[in-house]
Ligand binder design. Sequence first.
Ligand SMILES: NC(=O)c1ccc[n+]([C@@H]2O[C@H](COP(=O)([O-])OP(=O)(O)OC[C@H]3O[C@@H](n4cnc5c(N)ncnc54)[C@H](OP(=O)(O)O)[C@@H]3O)[C@@H](O)[C@H]2O)c1
Length: 274
Amino acid sequence: MRQVVVITGGGSGMGLATAKAMPKEKLIVLSGRTQEKLAGAVRELEQLGMEAKPFACDTSKRESVRALAQFAAGLGEVKNVIHAAGVSPHMADAEQLIRINALGTVYVNQEFAEVMAPGSVLVDIGSNSGYMLPGFLASPGVYEMADRDEEAFVGKLVKKSGIAGKKMARGLAYAYSKNFVIWYAKKSAFTLAPKGIRVCSLSPGLIETPMGAVEKGDGEFLISQAAEKRMGRPEELGFAIACAADERNGYLAGVDLLVDGGATTHMKQFKKKF
Ligand SMILES: NC(=O)c1ccc[n+]([C@@H]2O[C@H](COP(=O)([O-])OP(=O)(O)OC[C@H]3O[C@@H](n4cnc5c(N)ncnc54)[C@H](OP(=O)(O)O)[C@@H]3O)[C@@H](O)[C@H]2O)c1
């Protein structure tokens, strides 16, 4: 049976870079909302001798994610799922950030759990912004609601994102959404392990993708904090994500991989005033 890799947000940036780092014999499904972007990305993979199929999907809608999961399962054995779809503070308001980044992760993990076989791997993409949320603001009690009351979950996180005023709301909503992604991937590692599905997350720092270009102004201070004094390259992250998703990496579960050139470690452990 053909082995299938599904990459949400696969039309650009780190999702597309991950596709390029995948084994050539696997069939790649690239998804995102923009058909033309997906078609261009499929052509790029074909030029590299890979086989890829586009599938339009909005990960903030459960039925759309379910259709993607069923499409992929119809092509073969769904072996690797990389959930890279996401939006940043300059692209969306607080509610959209929570719906796309946070609730989208719930939909991807839940709907793909229905079609993934034992021995498969799911990698959710977080962000080092998830580590910037002060400990007293992180809200596992609210995060728990995501599985039982989606609207209450969204409402509470949007409200919490507004506590520092309108100007800060998008940045805080992004940090909340990614703090949740990291938390939910850890939780999923344990809920999906009985099905033989290995789950982890990977959190990039500031990376040279279309999103990175949009956020560079606000995120540039990270470069001065990092051990690697530059932005990360999409192909570096694609390689790291593909390694995390590789079946041979079978003991990597229930953990977040922070791939940010050392910026967060410096800020949290070595910079005095943080
Ligand atoms: N670049 C950075 O500096 C950075 C840092 C930390 C974390 N990240 C995270 O890394 C992941 C990949 O981002 P990237 O930097 O590679 O940016 P990117 O090139 O903008 O890729 C994100 C992709 O997600 C898709 N997308 C957005 N909303 C979607 C939705 N509702 N449903 C389905 N697809 C959707 C976009 O395509 P459509 O618009 O066509 O749907 C786009 O192709 C994101 O989760 C991001 O938050 C990025």
